[in-house]
Design a protein around this ligand. Structure first.
Ligand code: SF4
Length: 171
């Protein structure tokens, strides 16, 4: 019977590992639970790591003077620099990793479809794109499988992700 290397996967901590969402909730995801038997998860919460606390006022991505910023409208804080510094340091220290499973649409962890607003108080997004941590992951580890839990609900996406993890873990 063939044996497989156990992939090491960085996962958003709110996907079942801690109640660390802005509203103090966690998300229960059946695929993440099943995958836990076959991979070694390394759970991270970038927003907690930069000290935003839990529960916290939500943050969002806004465009200011043509530049994407990560802001907390309720407090007026701009945490772009903190989040970029955290992402850089955390990804430097990541060691051997075979893939990423990140929370969809998060202004921090999202890798696509994240709402980008024209200002802190605007209701409607101007565009959609990557969150700050997700962007850093894609820039550094885009050669590895990087997906969010929404895509992984689709069997074809899940198959691609799992095949990619096994291939990365074999190297
Ligand atoms: S999406 Fe990322 S930053 Fe937000 S709660 Fe989950 S792990 Fe933390």
């Amino acid at each position: 019977m063939p044996t497989f290397a156990r992939p090491r996967v960085v996962v958003s901590k709110c996907l079942g590992f801690a109640a660390c969402r802005w509203n103090g909730a966690a998300i229960s995801d059946a695929f993440v639970r099943r995958l836990a038997d076959h991979v070694t998860f390394c759970a991270v919460c970038p927003e907690m790591e930069i000290g935003l606390g839990c529960p916290r006022d939500p943050i969002r991505v806004v465009l200011a003077d043509g530049e994407r910023r990560l802001v907390q409208p309720a407090t007026g804080r701009d945490v772009s620099a903190e989040m970029r510094a955290y992402a850089s340091q955390a990804l430097d220290a990541m060691g051997d990793v075979d893939g990423f499973l990140l929370k969809s649409r998060s202004p921090s962890c999202g890798i696509k479809d994240v709402k980008i607003y024209g200002g802190p108080d605007r209701d409607q997004p101007l565009a959609r794109g990557e969150g700050f941590f997700g962007e850093a992951v894609l820039a550094r580890f885009g050669h590895l499988p990087v997906e969010d839990e929404r895509c992984l609900a689709d069997p074809a996406c899940r198959d691609r992700f799992l095949a990619g993890l096994l291939a990365a873990a074999r190297k």
